[in-house]
Write a protein that binds this ligand. Structure first.
Ligand SMILES: *Cc1c(COP(=O)(O)O)cnc(C)c1O
Length: 364
C-alpha cells in the first residue's frame, strides 16, 4: 500500500533534531511566545524574503488577523477564488465581510486575473488570491489591479512554502501573506501553527498586538485582540525542519517531474506550469473525467489518493445563505468532480512514485 502521505516519515527523518528542539523548550521554562517564537519569526521572514513574520495559532487565524489588521469587516467585500479550500472564505465571513468569488483559470486552477475586474465594486477592499496546490497565482496582474483600485492584496500561501513567482519567493509580493503550518503542509508543525509575512511594518505590528489580547504591554489592552499565538514548542519544531525545506521541495519536484513524464500520454490532464512559476508541489493534482472510477481502481491497486476539494465553498451548507447555485460557479463545480491528488511528499520514495505511475497507467 502506498499512502497518500506518511506524516510520521517526516518526523522519523529528523527525530534527533526535533526531539532536541522540543526538549530545549521544555527545559527553558518559557512556554508562551518568547525567544523560540521570535527566533522562528526571524528565520521564517528571512526564508520568505520578507521584512517581518508574526507567528499565530493556525492558518485560518493568519487570514482573519490579516483582514482585521486591514480594518476589513461588515459592509466590505473581498475577492476570493471560487476554487479553494473553504478556510479562505471562512476568514472573510469571520470578520463579517462578504466573499465575492472569482472563477479559476482552467489550466492552472488558480484565480483567473482577467476575471477579477468585473468582480470589483465600490465595497471591494481586498483581493485574496490562493497559491493552490503550491502553484503560485499570477500575482502581477492582481497587484496591478489592486493598485489601480486602491485595494489590499492578501495572499493565502498555506500550500506554498518555498514557492517562487518570477524568481522571487512567495512571502511579500502582496500586502500580507498568510501561512499555515498544519502537519500536512510543506512546512508542518506537530500540531497547529501559522504565521503572516509582510514588508509592511504597520501590518506586522497590528497583527502582533491582535494575536496577543490586543496587548503590547502586559495588562494594557489597546484593541480587542484574541489569543492566537504560535506555540514555542511548535516554533522549535519548525526551526528544526526549516533548514531541510528546500531539499524537501526538490524531492517533491523530482516526483512531480516523474509523474509528468510517466503520465503524459495517458489522456489525463496534468498540472500546467506557466514559465514564471516555481511551485512548492504541495499537491500533484490531475484531472480525469472519470475521476471516481480512477480513484476506485487506484485504491484497489493499493495507491492512496485524495480529492482537493470534493465540494467547493459555494456548494457547502455553510454558505447556503449566500444563495449561490452550483452552476453560478461552473468551473469550480466541474473541477470538484474531476480533480484527483496523487501521493506526494518528500519522504515518498521515487520507487513508489514509479509504482504510482504504473498503477495510474493501468487504471486510466
Ligand atoms: C490549510 C489551509 C488553510 C488553513 O490552515 P489551518 O492551519 O488549517 O487553519 C487555509 N487556506 C488553505 C488554502 C489551506 O490549504
Amino acid at each position: 500500500m502506498i499512502p497518500f502521505l506518511d506524516l510520521g516519515a517526516a518526523y522519523r527523518e529528523l527525530r534527533t533534531e526535533i526531539d532536541a528542539a522540543i526538549h530545549r523548550v521544555l527545559d527553558s521554562g518559557w512556554y508562551i511566545l518568547g525567544p523560540e517564537v521570535e527566533a522562528f519569526e526571524a528565520d521564517w521572514a528571512a526564508y520568505c524574503e520578507a521584512d517581518h513574520a508574526v507567528g499565530v495559532a493556525n492558518g485560518l487565524d493568519a487570514l482573519i488577523l490579516a483582514l482585521r489588521a486591514l480594518d476589513i469587516g461588515p459592509g466590505d467585500e473581498v475577492i476570493v477564488p471560487s476554487n479553494t479550500y473553504i478556510a479562505t472564505w471562512l476568514a472573510v465571513t469571520a470578520v463579517g465581510a462578504r466573499p465575492v468569488p472569482v472563477e479559476p483559470d482552467p489550466a492552472t486552477h488558480n484565480i483567473e486575473p482577467a476575471r477579477i475586474a468585473a468582480a470589483i465594486s465600490p465595497a471591494t477592499r481586498a483581493i485574496l488570491p490562493v497559491h493552490l496546490y503550491g502553484q503560485p497565482a499570477d500575482l502581477d496582474p492582481i497587484l496591478a489591479l489592486a493598485r489601480q483600485h486602491g485595494l489590499a492584496v492578501i495572499e493565502d500561501a498555506a500550500q506554498a512554502h518555498g514557492a517562487r513567482y518570477k524568481g522571487r519567493r512567495i512571502g511579500a509580493h502582496g500586502d500580507v501573506v498568510c501561512w499555515s503550518f498544519y502537519p500536512g503542509k510543506n512546512l508542518g508543525a506537530l500540531g497547529d501553527g501559522g504565521a503572516v509575512t509582510t514588508n509592511r511594518a504597520d501590518l506586522a505590528d497590528r497583527i502582533r498586538v491582535l494575536r496577543n489580547y490586543g496587548s503590547r504591554v502586559k495588562y494594557v489592552n489597546e484593541v480587542q485582540g484574541v489569543n492566537s499565538r504560535l506555540d514555542p514548542i511548535q516554533a522549535a519544531v519548525l526551526r528544526a525542519k526549516l533548514p531541510h525545506l528546500d531539499a524537501w521541495t526538490d524531492r517533491r519536484r523530482a516526483i512531480a517531474a516523474a509523474y509528468a513524464k510517466g503520465l503524459r500520454d495517458t489522456g489525463l490532464i496534468l498540472p500546467h506550469l506557466p514559465d514564471w512559476a516555481e511551485p512548492a508541489w504541495h499537491l500533484y493534482v490531475l484531472r480525469a473525467p472519470d475521476r471516481d472510477g480512477l480513484q476506485k481502481r487506484l485504491t484497489d491497486a493499493g495507491v492512496g489518493t485524495l480529492i482537493h476539494y470534493p465540494i467547493p465553498p459555494h456548494m457547502q451548507a455553510a454558505y447556503a445563505d449566500l444563495g449561490l447555485a452550483p452552476d453560478a460557479l461552473p468551473l469550480a463545480r466541474d473541477l470538484a468532480g474531476e480533480v484527483l491528488s496523487l501521493p506526494m511528499g518528500p519522504q515518498l520514495p521515487l520507487a513508489d512514485a514509479a509504482r504510482v505511475i504504473d498503477a495510474v497507467r493501468a487504471a486510466a
